[in-house]
Design a protein around this ligand. Structure first.
Ligand code: BG6
Length: 456
């Protein structure tokens, strides 16, 4: 992480929300941290803009979304920006845009997923130099067949180790810390299995609502937005076997193994929940009914809350339920992975059995808490609940900043692999099918509530 990198960065869809909100700020963080030297950024998009107009747009976005980066560093990014007007699905436009770029660039598809395939096809016609990297955003297609098609065309373009299927959760400190916690310590790994763990909950409750993203979100919904990718990646990191090394090949192989072993829910009505928020207030802030938001088509029945429980059919996890849940407009931000241990085999203290141990891995703000039972301060023969809790300081780079650094270094360790992307669709497709067929009702929950189900 300490060496500075220098190569070009091409953003297809460079005038979009993702570029302004996350990618350009990520580049600015890298420049500010001295991790990026002399990088040129070329944005390609539909707007008929000059370099100067794009720079003005980017300067405003950086002021809005990268206020934590000093202005001088932001300005160093702006100075290196170039812009090319074009249709990224046309090979002629891509060819003339890429002709402006030296060396082997990182080409980032910051585009709606409906145009991934034609864009990649156009890129294969143009070709990319050895050493180039392609980054593709999520959702990676709309279903398993799409993911397979995308993988096939990506493999025609570049070797797997040069393909980066972005999941910014893999750049989050707590997700990376699961690797450290599990594989750099002796104390947790021997207990990390079905003999000792009762259940695992992977929760990403958000207080934010739609935030003007109807164009994307109303055709995606919570299941495709969060549970097909981010939460399954967290499951993979929590449940995988120990890798031989923390590198792209080992991590991809171990994550793929465990995703292959995930059994989709059997009883959709029992094991899945879909919900949509109605008008309410989140911490005193009123939110309208999701169905009444601009750009939402209520009849689509898009869910803003999704939950499912799966099992993992392997030696380590047989019989342990993994519950994944995420929703918008909920009463509290709760971002955590919770591992609940089994009760002690015998309670020598008499009285009621205490709560079993719980390990909480919290994201954003990051922290780790181990809730255990200790002798009480007053009566030493009574048991009290205590928490060993550490808060982790904020990282210097945002998740996107870190992922961009890895892409520019050509290191795909924090990417989703081809097999993982397809396995993730295999897991959620039966859920999507059951929901589309109306087998599971769309349950309403008021904004600001705990969602359609209770917390564990
Ligand atoms: C994004 C989803 O990928 O992740 C959003 O599209 C979600 O809907 C976001 O809000 C959560 O991640 P973060 O980093 O913004 O908390």
């Amino acid at each position: 992480m300490t060496q500075a990198t220098s190569r070009s960065f091409v953003i297809l869809g460079g005038t979009g929300d993702l570029s302004g909100r996350l990618l350009l700020p990520g580049v600015a963080e890298l420049v500010d941290a001295g991790l990026l030297e002399g990088v040129d950024v070329l944005a390609v998009s539909q707007e008929d803009w000059s370099d100067g107009e794009y720079r003005d747009w980017a300067r405003d976005r950086l002021a809005e979304h990268a206020g934590h980066v000093p202005e001088a560093s932001r300005e160093r990014v702006v100075e290196r920006l170039g812009y090319r007007h074009g249709d990224v699905t046309l090979s002629a436009d891509l060819r003339s845009a890429l002709a402006r770029v030296e060396g082997a660039p990182v080409v980032y598809l910051a585009l709606p997923n409906t145009v991934f395939l034609p864009t990649l096809e156009a890129l294969t016609e143009v070709g990319l130099p050895d050493g180039a990297v392609v980054a593709v955003e999520k959702p990676f297609g709309r279903n398993l067949a799409d993911a397979r098609r995308l993988n096939a065309v990506l493999h025609r373009l570049l070797p797997e180790e040069s393909i980066f299927r972005t999941d910014h959760f893999l750049g989050m400190q707590t997700v990376l810390n699961i690797l450290g916690l599990r594989f750099a310590n002796r104390v947790f790994e021997p207990l990390w299995n079905a003999t000792h763990i009762e259940r695992v909950d992977i929760v990403f409750d958000e207080t934010i609502g739609l935030e003007g993203r109807a164009g994307y979100y109303d055709t995606a919904g919570a299941l495709k937005d969060m549970l097909q990718n981010h939460l399954l990646q967290m499951l993979a990191v929590v449940a995988m076997e120990p890798p031989a090394a923390v590198d792209a090949r080992s991590l991809a192989a171990r994550k793929a193994d465990v995703l292959r072993a995930v059994r989709p829910p059997e009883d959709m009505q029992r094991d899945t929940v879909r919900g949509r928020y109605t008008a309410g207030a989140v911490r005193g802030r009123p939110l309208p009914d999701y169905a009444a938001e601009d750009g939402v088509e209520p009849d689509r029945g898009t869910e803003t809350y999704a939950e499912y429980t799966v099992g993992i059919d392997n030696w380590r996890w047989a019989g342990v339920p993994f519950r994944l849940r995420s929703g918008k407009a909920l009463g509290a931000d709760r971002h955590e992975i919770v591992l609940r241990f089994k009760p002690v085999p015998h309670m020598a203290f008499g009285g009621e059995a205490p709560e079993p141990d719980v390990l909480r891995l919290r994201l954003d703000p990051d922290g780790i808490a181990l809730e255990i039972n200790l002798n009480g301060a007053g009566d030493p023969f009574e048991i009290e609940r205590r928490s060993l809790d550490i808060a982790l300081p904020p990282t210097r780079l945002s998740a996107y900043g870190l992922l961009l650094k890895e892409m520019l270094d050509g290191n795909a360790a924090l990417s989703i692999s081809d097999v993982e992307a397809e396995e993730s669709w295999r897991i959620v497709e039966p859920i999507l099918a059951a929901w589309q067929a109306g087998d599971v009702p769309l349950r309403e929950y008021p904004a600001g509530s705990d969602g359609p189900t209770r917390h564990p």
